[in-house]
Design a protein around this ligand. Structure first.
Ligand code: PY5
Length: 305
């Protein structure tokens, strides 16, 4: 990672190298941290943040679920993201707000800890690599089952959830794949470790419903709105892994990953006859985030002073 200039910490912009925390920070030990992943893109009018309000709303909901009082309003946090990006050199970047239980108490009761909030930004290319926008990535169904909402709230973007994601990711990589696909405890397709998943069968686009135990992705919502506007038939429905294997097209969606094509799942070739629907959506996504689709300019928050 290349250092940027500033990181926002508890209300102030501090120098990149000074954004440090104590090793006994409570959240580091017990996973009590909620975070967001947001991107800023360059547009003809300068750098702009994509769907900032929706990301901040999800951040506040994650904090609320974990009973964390952030001490900042949504507007203050959104303004802090803008201020940070404006003060850092990158024209396109990934933005990571995080709230965590701070240093001071070590017991399992997080309610005794002060909550700290930080926002960092850095340059992050295509999360699943160059193949994700070209010929597609290779995925495998994980032996790890996606966490269940009876165990942890899956809608809260909590650091603890990502232990499950990391296990699936490591297993996929060590098997020679690029990414994992997790099933839920009912055996239905849930999502990737850090991405939602879509499939196309007989010209119908579909994705698992929120009740399948996924994170309700903001990119997922963007794709759903695109499908409506492009008049692509769309359904939210559960799918088994063999329904994925026999799909005409499969792709991941996420802030880090963007629209990432899947070309193979467990040795089964996907997209044999081209990927026209994925390509249409990926193209519109690219135009939208770069401020070249007027209809969606409401989703862009300009960063310029
Ligand atoms: N599902 C999970 C488990 C995720 O972590 C993410 C985002 C998504 C779906 C997609 O959500 P959205 O479209 O709102 O981004 N993952 C983070 C991201 O910034 C972290 C990835 C390392 O993309």
């Amino acid at each position: 990672m290349e250092a940027q200039k500033k990181i926002w910490m508890d209300g102030k912009l501090v120098d990149w190298d000074d954004a440090k925390i104590h090793v006994l920070t409570h959240g580091l030990h017990y996973g009590m941290a909620v975070f967001e992943g947001i991107r800023a893109f360059s547009t003809p009018e300068g750098t702009a943040i994509f769907r900032l309000d929706e990301h901040i709303e999800r951040f506040l909901n994650s904090a609320m679920i974990y009973r964390m009082d952030l001490g900042y309003s949504g507007k203050e946090l959104a303004d802090a993201c803008v201020e940070l990006v404006r003060n850092n050199p990158a024209k396109e970047c990934y933005i990571r707000p995080i709230a965590y239980t701070s240093y001071g108490e070590m017991g399992l009761n997080p309610l005794k800890s002060k909550i700290s909030v930080a926002i960092a930004s850095w340059v992050w290319g295509a999360y699943l690599g160059a193949d994700s926008t070209g010929r597609g990535v290779r995925a495998t169904i994980s032996s790890w089952v996606r966490i269940d909402s009876r165990t942890m709230p899956v809608q809260a973007k909590c650091a603890a959830n990502y232990a499950n994601s990391a296990l699936a990711k490591m297993e996929a990589l060590s098997g020679g794949y690029d990414e994992a696909i997790l099933l839920n405890p009912q055996g239905m397709v849930a999502e990737g470790p850090g991405e939602n998943i879509f499939r196309v069968k007989d010209k119908v686009l579909s994705t698992p419903p929120a009740s399948s135990g996924i994170l309700r992705g903001i990119t997922r919502d963007t794709v759903i709105q695109f499908a409506r506007d492009l008049r692509i038939m769309f359904r939210r429905n559960d799918a088994t892994k063999e329904e994925l294997y026999t799909s005409d097209e499969v792709f991941f969606s996420g802030t880090a990953a963007g629209i990432a094509k899947v070309r193979e799942i467990d040795g089964r070739r996907i997209g044999y006859n081209g990927t026209p629907i994925t390509d249409k959506i990926a193209k519109l996504y690219d135009q939208t985030v770069h401020g070249k689709a007027k209809r969606y300019s409401k989703w862009l928050t300009p960063v310029k002073p």
